[in-house]
Design a protein around this ligand. Structure first.
Ligand SMILES: [Fe+2]
Length: 167
């Protein structure tokens, strides 16, 4: 993907992410990116730039940063979809809900390896964004069609993720 065919508002958001990662330590940078994403999730023009056409499904990388490695991804989800409790291995991710809802749970490791206990449950709606730092265990359920803009610390297709079993 060349910068020429990345939509302007996606490039602008990417620049905001880059500035945060350049200027701040990772936790603060991620908080700032989460805040910036929330504002854009209610910007119709930004969402149009992210989803350009609607005739696809799944995950699309719409920007990948050469220097930091983070990715901005658009997701279109047309079916019921659930993931088991998992983390994103070595990296972080910020989930932004653009349309529809996600029932999200967060989990903590128990004394038994690979077994986790639920510590939080909430529903994300349009305009909500949530940061999952490195190692944070979470599980989304999407019952109806929806759209997400997700910022991945690294391309998650290349990151080994851990899955866990609820107690
Ligand atoms: Fe995840």
């Amino acid at each position: 993907m060349t910068p020429q065919n990345i939509p302007a508002r996606v490039l602008d958001f990417a620049a905001t992410c880059r500035v945060s990662l350049e200027k701040y330590e990772l936790d603060t940078a991620c908080q700032r990116i989460t805040h910036a994403l929330r504002k854009r999730l209610v910007d119709r023009a930004f969402l149009n730039d992210c989803f350009t056409t609607e005739d696809w499904e799944g995950r699309k990388i719409i920007y990948k940063d050469e220097q930091f490695g983070f990715c901005i991804c658009a997701h279109i989800n047309n079916d019921h979809k659930e993931a088991p409790p998992h983390n994103h291995g070595e990296t972080w991710a910020i989930y932004g809900q653009a349309a529809g809802h996600t029932e999200m749970s967060e989990w903590e490791q128990t004394e038994h390896a690979g077994i986790v206990r639920k510590i939080k449950a909430y529903t994300m709606g349009p305009g909500d964004a949530q940061l999952y730092p490195q190692g944070a265990i979470h599980s989304p359920i999407r019952r109806l069609p929806g759209k997400l803009v997700r910022v991945e610390g690294q391309d998650l297709d290349t990151v080994e993720q851990d899955s866990f079993t609820p107690e």
